[in-house]
Design a protein around this ligand. Sequence first.
Ligand code: ATP
Length: 289
Amino acid sequence: MAAFGLEKRYGKVHAVRGIDLSVTSGRCLGLLGPNGAGKTSTLEMLEGLSPPSAGEIRYRGEALGPRFRDEAGIMFQHTALPEHITVRETLRLFSRLYPRTRSQDELIARCSLEEFLDRDSRRLSGGQRQRLLLAIALINDPSVLFLDEPTTGLDPQARRNFWHLIEDIKAEGKTILLSTHYMEEAYTLCDEVAIMDHGQVIALGTPDALLARHFSGVVLQLPAEALPAPESLSLEIRRHHDRIEIETSDVNATLAKLLAANIPLNELRIRGRTLEDLFLELTGEALRG
Ligand SMILES: Nc1ncnc2c1ncn2[C@@H]1O[C@H](COP(=O)(O)OP(=O)(O)OP(=O)(O)O)[C@@H](O)[C@H]1O
């Protein structure tokens, strides 16, 4: 699936400003960016639900048509589920909408729905609801699956559980397009990421290649109070509210400087670079969750 010169305008709002994307069959592409970056607008165009203001979209070399609709599955960011019916009945209801469906038992097992099958779908926890919405998106056994911020609002454990389900679905060979503002989610699930900001793609590639292209070295973290006057050390330092971070590609030399200045290192931590750092590097702004 590919898109060229994609744009979306809502009146005066130019939400998507000319982006090119492609995802190969069986791979997972992540659209990553802060609130308002244009991820949902882009996904809705790729899903064939919202006409682009400019640009074109191709699926298996053709414009989006019946074949695409037959082979696509969508998990929306907000979905109203029918009320007063159980999870099992909800699945049955949605199954009737498709000529070809995956077996219910398989869907139930794939999305771990067993324990709440007979519960009213309004009584589900956040994680359970997302698993049901995922099952609904998989009913027609799609080749390409769209997930719009599937774990927003979930607690960390539920988010990780959901990631495992997506990994299993990926292993079935499905193509996945996913939007998220969680860098770790993109890093865990996506073969490629498109980092978006203000309606544009500002970086595109595999997570590791993007990090390697922009960074060398690691980040040393210390509590803010450990370095009362860090400026005097001529190190590359970034201040956060409770800690400072020192970027370095020569850990030995940096540690030697800190030791020479009698900086207490008991609480020193070392971390690698993340997609979060990359966003900060590219835009000068932290990602707003
Ligand atoms: N139907 C609409 N009418 C007018 N403006 C819209 C509409 N949908 C989105 N926008 C605007 O377009 C811009 C991009 O929104 P979009 O929802 O695509 O971003 P997003 O990256 O998905 O954000 P979020 O992470 O909050 O879902 C925002 O400024 C938003 O307010």
